[in-house]
Design a protein around this ligand. Structure first.
Ligand code: C2E
Ligand code: CA
Ligand code: CA
Length: 405
């Protein structure tokens, strides 16, 4: 394979290790290798406007800034190139740092123990789809300011794509999750990771949630008119939930759209410590009294704790995809899943696994007793008008799926 266009940044405090990597990379056909002896220098290099690395190979044990801190910085700067972790530490440490990298949504290509054998490095780069497909990846994403996001919301540039949620036991489709997209006049399709945080910071999350909900209700109503009964899950942030009129507004809008409120599920991500726990409990309880579903999103990554789960009337728990994909091949991921599924069952929560990407993930989650699955193995997020056809095709073949598990 021709790797002539691929450029790699290697970070290691050991100059000998750097030389060795440069040689090994040359042997697998990568000549554009840049090296740094510390994490700070690497971050400075990545921050340069002309920086354009396809992959980063990083030693976890460095003086100054350790690998865990380095990952946090990479996530914050939205590094999108591939990442290879290297360490002389034992396998378990590499595995937990790998999980952390995935939880930060970094594009982890793999983890290697030192000394790195040439064949393992070659194998890892060979199986890295991003390096093969795109000769150049933009490591740093574009961001948008609040005024531009506000215009997008009010000019109707936002629309929803939908990703199905499927029952693992019988492959029945129970509903869809609305995922917002921005049809940007110059940049084309823009994904939520590029504007949700800025919408929150700019006080626009309420307007955004209204737009997503209005589009979602209109689509659900259309499917309903075609005889397709689907639940609608919508992502909301804590800031949405603490507006005291939120439950009543939701009910009014659902009624106006002709959709039963018990079709609605709100997926809440715990991003920060709860600012006003009493208001939150008040609102969450009223939502549940109105039979609106409440789901705790990204469980296992952030600040969500068992105590908060018990205190708030959630009825669904979504296991973050960083613990799901690859669980069949990773005993420690399975242990985490098992613990969380057991706990959810005791609390009477419905469980949803995100990031079910392949058959192994599907079989594994099914065997572990998870209720619902969502992910590329079932379907990628799709525009509203593709949902009915997808649903028919899925139903036509769904009976084959669960059996072999
Ligand atoms: P999320 O709620 O965890 O949504 C799931 C994300 O995982 C989606 O990314 C989806 O496209 C992606 N995904 C689905 N299946 C798979 C899979 O099998 N493998 C992998 N690797 N990924 C998969 P997307 O659409 O880019 O959304 C990113 C995040 O943006 C969402 O994460 C959610 O937190 C936020 N978001 C999306 N729509 C809204 C919204 O309307 N309001 C708010 N407040 N946040 C939103
Ligand atoms: Ca979600
Ligand atoms: Ca998630």
């Amino acid at each position: 394979m021709n790797r002539g266009n691929v450029s790699v940044l290697v970070v290691d405090d050991d100059p000998f290790a750097l030389k060795l990597f440069a040689r090994q990379l040359a042997l697998v056909g990568i000549d554009a290798v840049h090296t740094c002896t510390g994490a700070e220098a690497a971050l400075a290099e990545l921050g340069r406007p002309e920086a354009d690395f396809d992959a980063l190979i990083c030693d976890l044990n460095m003086p100054g800034m350790d690998g865990v801190q380095f990952l946090r910085h990479l996530a914050r700067m939205r590094y999108r190139g591939g990442l290879v972790l290297v360490s002389g530490e034992d396998e378990r440490i590499l595995q937990s740092v790998s999980r952390l990298a995935r939880a930060h949504k970094l594009n982890l290509l793999g983890a290697l123990r030192k000394p790195v054998a040439l064949e393992r490095l070659r194998h890892l780069l060979d199986s890295a789809p991003t390096i093969q497909r795109h000769s150049v990846l933009r490591p740093v994403r574009k961001t948008y300011d609040a005024a531009e996001i506000e215009r997008a919301i009010f000019d109707g540039q936002l629309f929803n794509q939908y990703q199905p949620k499927v029952n693992l036991a019988d492959a029945e489709v129970t509903g869809v999750e609305a995922l917002v997209r921005w049809r940007h006049p110059e940049d084309g399709l823009v994904y939520p990771d590029q504007f949700i945080a800025d919408a929150e910071a700019g006080g626009l999350i309420d307007a955004l949630a209204r737009a997503v909900l209005a589009n979602g209700l209109a689509d659900v109503r259309r499917w309903q008119d075609e005889g397709l009964a689907l639940q609608l899950s919508v992502n909301v942030s804590m800031d949405n939930l603490v507006a005291l009129d939120f439950p009543d507004r939701l009910v009014r809008e659902a009624e106006a759209a002709g959709v039963a409120v018990d079709r609605l599920v709100l997926e809440v991500t715990e991003s920060q410590a709860m600012r006003d726990p009493t208001a939150l409990l008040d609102i969450a309880t009223r939502l549940r009294l109105k039979r609106i579903g409440l789901s705790i999103d990204d469980f296992g990554t952030g600040y969500s704790s068992l105590a908060q789960l018990r205190e708030l009337p959630f009825d669904e728990l979504k296991l973050d995809r960083s613990f799901v994909h690859g669980a069949a091949q990773d005993a420690s991921l399975r242990a985490i899943l098992e613990a969380n599924l057991g706990m959810a069952k005791q609390l009477g929560l419905r469980t949803v696994a995100e990031g079910v990407e392949d058959r192994d993930d599907w079989d594994c989650l099914r065997a572990l007793g998870c209720d619902l699955a969502q992910g590329w193995f079932v379907a990628r997020p799709m525009p509203a008008n593709e949902v009915p056809n997808w649903l028919r095709a899925w139903r036509a073949r769904h009976r084959e799926l669960p059996r072999s598990a």
